[in-house]
Design a protein around this ligand. Structure first.
Ligand code: NAD
Length: 260
């Protein structure tokens, strides 16, 4: 099966780093035009754009804080001006926030995680749907997490935001399906990116993490990006409203391999 996204107009939030950057490259390789959203490190976004253009693709970098609805609206207007609309949105921007049990958590930090991961994804989805519903086609993929399902002590804002993303995905999918628009989530397991560098760069932490992954390796951004390319393509035209876990088996709870 050959997948092409030729002519499609895509936006990847948090597209200048980690999983988002992998998705930008994969979408561009499949022929899509890609807008690379970033909030910091413009040079990383520009470098990605240069690489896409060097491969004869089309890309542009757009600065916007996804937790700011006015900035999000401005970003979509920029895409309208450049390409006349949008066919694919990937919400990858996310933060995990500082680690703290609930009784010590800083409320402002807690709120920020929700505002970036959940409100930010909603604000982008809302803008995308305002364009996709009238044109009667389009796909939105939210990058969730295994922590949509697995509790994670010290990160209640992160887990709540990702569980919220899962239900938001189902609800937006139900709303949009009659209009020919699909909404899905992808839940990565442990993927080697800057967000978890402290874990994979420390041998003891890495060993502990690998024990939780039946396939016994960290994922790479491309493991997620390939799945996203499939989901936004017509190969997945009968899928909507679900979270696809791409986690090396992490949600298979490997501790139970030894009894339970
Ligand atoms: P990353 O830190 O490399 O990328 C996160 C991106 O989001 C960065 O580009 C960052 O600048 C951007 N961002 C943060 N706040 C933003 C804001 N307010 N507006 C716009 N962009 C903003 O980390 P990553 O691992 O690539 O994470 C990407 C997504 O994948 C996140 O949603 C994360 O929760 C999710 N995820 C990652 C893993 C993993 O193991 N790496 C696992 C599960 C889920």
């Amino acid at each position: 099966m050959h997948i092409t996204l030729s002519g499609k107009r895509a936006l990847v939030t948090g597209g200048n780093s980690g999983i988002g950057a992998g998705i930008v490259s994969a979408l561009a390789d499949a022929g899509a035009r890609v807008a690379v959203n970033y909030v910091t490190h413009p040079e990383a976004a520009q470098e990605l754009v240069r690489r896409v253009q060097a491969g004869k693709g089309e890309a542009l970098a757009i600065q916007a804080d996804v937790s700011d609805p006015a900035a999000v609206a401005g970003m979509f207007q920029q895409i309208d001006r450049a390409w006349g609309g949008i066919d694919i949105l990937v919400n990858s921007a996310g933060i995990d926030g500082p680690r703290a049990p609930a009784w010590e958590a800083d409320l402002a930090a807690w709120r920020k995680v929700i505002e970036v991961n959940l409100l930010g994804a909603f604000a982008c989805a809302q803008q995308a749907l305002r364009r996709m519903v009238p044109q009667a086609h389009g796909v939105i993929v939210n990058i969730s997490s295994v922590h949509e399902e697995i509790a994670w002590s010290g990160y209640s804002a992160y887990t709540a935001s990702k569980a919220g993303l899962g239900m938001m995905t189902k609800t937006l999918a139900q709303e949009a399906a009659p209009h020919g628009v699909r909404v899905l989530s992808v839940a990565p397991g442990a993927i080697k990116t800057p967000i978890n560098q402290a874990v994979w760069s420390d041998p003891a932490s890495l060993h502990d993490l690998l024990e939780k992954i039946p396939l016994n390796r960290l994922g790479e951004p491309d493991d997620i990006a390939r799945m996203v390319v499939v989901l936004v393509s017509d190969a997945a035209s009968y899928m909507t409203g679900r979270t696809v876990f791409v986690d090396g088996g992490m949600t298979d709870y490997p501790d139970f391999a030894h009894g339970g």
